[in-house]
Each structure stands twice: as structure tokens, then as C-alpha cells.
Design a protein around this ligand. Structure first.
Ligand code: GDP
Ligand code: MG
Length: 170
């Protein structure tokens, strides 16, 4: 039969990695070249059908700056899923993503479905993080990994769909 589940999802990652852009692409189908940076956190909702189940995502898009770091646990505590985002043109953002993964593994819900998004994959000529490096890291840490582009929409719906599919209730 038809059933519906609510899933709280949090986006974490360095400022500028493209968290807001990914959510806005997923929820509104839009992209802005000059996306305003997030203050504190922003909330979005979107539903996705997976087989017979409607997954209602409640999405918390966090700011990423260090000065907001202490707020992050409010958003990831009790979350069913997380997307940790880095920018493939920034090694620093990949290091930040690893820090977030560590924090989630220590303090987050142990059953959390966690995705690693290597965003801005449209900027191949500026790439600093190799696909293989990120994929290996993801495998070693029990994450699933996709390269995404909020700009071209590559793999954006797919990453949310894959999360929905992996949720225990779905
Ligand atoms: P956040 O701080 O992680 O929320 O990052 P934003 O979503 O605000 O994005 C930071 C900047 O990167 C903005 O200027 C976006 O337009 C740009 N951006 C985000 N995603 C992509 C992408 O996939 N490709 C390209 N080329 N630029 C992107
Ligand atoms: Mg943002």
C-alpha cells in the first residue's frame, strides 16, 4: 500500500561548497551564480516517491562557517540522513568534509544514512580532488559518494533519491 515517511536531512560542509545551491536545485529546480551565503541555517521541504513510499524530506541547510559550528548538532541530532558536501576544486573543502564525517560518526545518529557529495563537477578544468581519492575515502567510511553539479543538475535528484532508497523505513 501507500505509505509516507518523514525524513530529517542535514547538509554539512565548508562555506561555498554549494550546499544551498544543491538544495535549491533539488527543491526549486533553480541555480544562481551568486547564491547568497546562508546565515545560521535555512529550512526546506520536498517530497520524493520511492516505489510505494512517499519520503517527505525536512531539509536543514547549515551555514558552514566556523562561528556557526556550535549550532550544527541541533541540526544533525535526530537527523535520518546527512549530505556532506565539498567542492571538487578545493582540497581544503575536502579536508573540511572529512572533519564533518568524523563529527557525525562520533556524535550523530548511528543509523544515519550519509552521502558525500563532490560538488561543482562541471568545473573539471579546476579539479583539485580526484574522483578516486574521494571514492576510496567514502568506501572506507561507509558513505555513498556521488559527484554533483548544482549548476548543470547532474546527480542532484539522484543523491536525494539514493538517500531515500536507503532509509530504513522506505
Ligand atoms: P554554500 O555556502 O555551501 O551554501 O554554497 P552556495 O550554494 O552558496 O554556493 C557557493 C558558490 O558556488 C555560489 O556562487 C554558487 O553559485 C556556486 N556553486 C554552487 N554549486 C555549484 C556548481 O555545482 N557548479 C558551479 N560552477 N558553481 C556552483
Ligand atoms: Mg549556504
Amino acid at each position: 500500500g501507500n505509505n509516507s515517511v518523514n525524513a530529517k536531512l542535514v547538509l554539512l560542509g565548508d562555506m561555498g561548497a554549494g550546499k544551498s545551491s544543491l538544495v535549491i536545485r533539488f527543491v526549486r529546480g533553480q541555480f544562481l551564480e551568486f547564491q547568497e551565503s546562508t546565515i545560521g541555517a535555512a529550512f526546506f521541504a520536498q517530497t520524493l516517491a520511492v516505489g510505494d513510499t512517499t519520503v517527505k524530506f525536512e531539509i536543514w541547510d547549515t551555514a558552514g562557517q566556523e562561528r556557526y559550528h556550535s549550532l550544527a548538532p541541533m541540526y544533525y541530532r535526530g537527523a535520518a540522513a546527512a549530505i556532506v558536501v565539498f567542492d571538487i576544486t578545493s582540497s581544503e573543502s575536502f579536508e573540511k568534509a572529512k572533519k564533518w564525517v568524523q563529527e557525525l560518526q562520533k556524535q550523530g545518529n548511528p543509523n544515519m544514512v550519509t552521502a558525500l557529495a563532490g560538488n561543482k563537477c562541471d568545473l573539471e578544468d579546476k579539479r583539485k580532488v580526484e574522483v578516486e581519492e574521494a571514492r576510496t575515502y567514502a568506501e572506507e567510511n561507509g558513505l555513498f559518494f556521488l559527484e554533483t553539479s548544482a549548476k548543470t543538475a547532474i546527480n542532484v535528484n539522484d543523491i536525494f533519491y539514493e538517500i531515500a532508497r536507503r532509509l530504513p523505513q522506505a
